[in-house]
Structure formats: structure tokens, C-alpha cells
Design a protein around this ligand. Structure first.
Ligand code: TYC
Length: 127
């Protein structure tokens, strides 16, 4: 005996990844008015990767690290390094949580490998 498969639930309902649906509000003959439903999903929390100054890491190494892991050109990397050197810290980039954590790990790994005390940290950015 053939059995009827159960109706599949609407996967788009309550799925934050879906765009806001336009809900038919009123149908008065020829015209359908669509009401826009406000977007409920918040953008993800972003993190800035802040590099810290120290007295021992060579400037050239810091410039290399900023170019390599933060994809800056040499001039921009040099400006960021000098800002850190003068102010004590500086932002190398802004990323999602996982990417920021991975940048911090990459910098720590390279610093350890070369025997430098260079440090950086990920800080949540307030909206
Ligand atoms: N202050 C270091 C020096 O004079 C250079 C330096 C710059 C170190 C930036 C760390 O994040 C840093 N050699």
C-alpha cells in the first residue's frame, strides 16, 4: 500500500539567514499591498586586532608581520608599526571573532618562532 509522505515544513520560516519576507497584507481586487517586515538579525560582533609595542621586537619584523598577516602594503604596514611604536598600541585590522583569533595566533606563532616578544590581542568593537 502506498503511503503518503508527510508535508515538508516550510524551511524558510523562522530562518534568520533568509531575507525578510514580504507578507501580503490586503488584497483588494487587482492590487496586493506588501508590508515590509523589519530585519531581525543583528550583524555579527566584530573584533579589532590590536598590536602592542615592546622594546625588543625589531621594527622590520613588525612591518613584515603586518604585511604578511594583515595584507597591508609596505607603506601602510610601516605607518601602523610607527603608530604602535609611538602610542603603545595600534589596530592592524577588523575581523569576525574566529578570523581575529586566528590572526592573533599567527602573530604569536611567528613571534615565538623568531624569538621576539611581539604581542597582539583581539578586542570586541562596540556598536
Ligand atoms: N619598539 C620597537 C623598537 O623600538 C618596535 C616595535 C614596534 C615593537 C611595534 C613592537 O608592535 C611593535 N624596536
Amino acid at each position: 500500500m502506498a503511503t503518503k509522505s508527510p508535508a515538508t515544513p516550510d524551511k524558510s520560516a523562522n530562518n534568520p539567514a533568509q531575507p525578510s519576507p514580504a507578507i501580503p497584507k490586503r488584497d483588494d481586487g487587482d492590487t496586493t499591498v506588501l508590508e515590509r517586515v523589519p530585519q531581525k538579525t543583528k550583524p555579527p560582533q566584530m573584533y579589532q586586532v590590536v598590536m602592542l609595542n615592546d622594546d625588543y621586537t625589531p621594527m622590520e619584523f613588525v612591518v613584515f608581520v603586518i604585511q604578511e598577516f594583515f595584507k597591508k602594503d609596505r607603506e601602510t604596514a610601516t605607518q601602523i608599526m610607527l603608530k604602535i611604536h609611538l602610542d603603545g598600541k595600534g589596530v592592524c585590522g577588523v575581523f569576525s571573532k574566529d578570523i581575529a583569533a586566528s590572526k592573533v595566533d599567527q602573530v604569536a606563532g611567528a613571534a615565538k618562532e623568531h624569538g621576539h616578544p611581539l604581542q597582539c590581542q583581539a578586542e570586541p568593537i562596540d556598536e
